[in-house]
Ligand binder design. Structure first.
Ligand code: FE2
Length: 199
């Protein structure tokens, strides 16, 4: 596989990721209870639509089609965002879950753009690298805004009820949560022999 193919794979992955987000972010914005988290997500939705267009422009420069690869990573991250929306948490705690899911999304994209920019630059594709950089700048700013937005939520969370109380044992688990718990135990079991050797 030529280096150009590696770049195209990375860019198609990002293109699919951004398109999936165009569909998913309105649900996240609608589900958020905090007004600033809501507007942060809505603003980033508008940016995301522009990012799709920039990626199309980059593919046009390369004379290639933008589709061809579904981003499984983003599909998983969006599912985790959906899980955050389904959590039975109150006020700031609920929105902090959404902030966590959003931060994961942004950092996943930052990794993809950083890689693609390096590949484009190596291939001497300055115009493509510039378009990718414009998207990366927005992702970095969005990630920073999420952490800034989470600060007042953390303060509010400390004020609501007893913040150190751990309620997970008291709540009945949904089928999805039970499945997730079972899988996490399998993850631990599979890794255990290697982790034990490390001691
Ligand atoms: Fe994005």
């Amino acid at each position: 596989m030529a280096l150009m193919d590696v770049l195209l794979d990375e860019m198609r992955d990002l293109y699919s990721a951004e398109n999936q987000l165009v569909k998913a972010l309105p649900k996240l914005a609608k589900g958020a209870k905090d007004a600033s988290v809501k507007s942060l997500i809505s603003n980033h939705l508008e940016e995301t639509k522009g990012q799709v267009l920039r990626l199309r422009q980059a593919f046009e420069i390369l004379g290639k089609k933008p589709t061809g690869q579904h981003c499984n990573g983003m599909e998983g991250l969006i599912e985790e965002g959906q899980d955050a929306l389904e959590k039975d948490e109150d006020g700031a705690n609920f929105d902090l879950g959404i902030c966590g899911a959003s931060a994961r999304v942004e950092h996943y994209e930052i990794a993809g753009y950083t890689t693609s920019i390096a590949l484009a630059k190596s291939l001497g594709l300055g115009d493509v690298a510039n378009l990718l950089q414009a998207n990366l700048n927005e992702e970095v700013a969005a990630a920073k805004a999420i952490f800034a937005g989470a600060k007042p939520l953390l303060k509010a969370a400390l004020r609501q009820g007893d913040p150190t109380e751990n309620e997970e044992e008291k709540k009945p688990k949904s089928g999805k949560e039970k499945y997730s718990e079972k899988k996490s135990k399998e993850d631990e079991k599979k890794a255990a022999p290697s982790v034990a050797r490390k001691r």
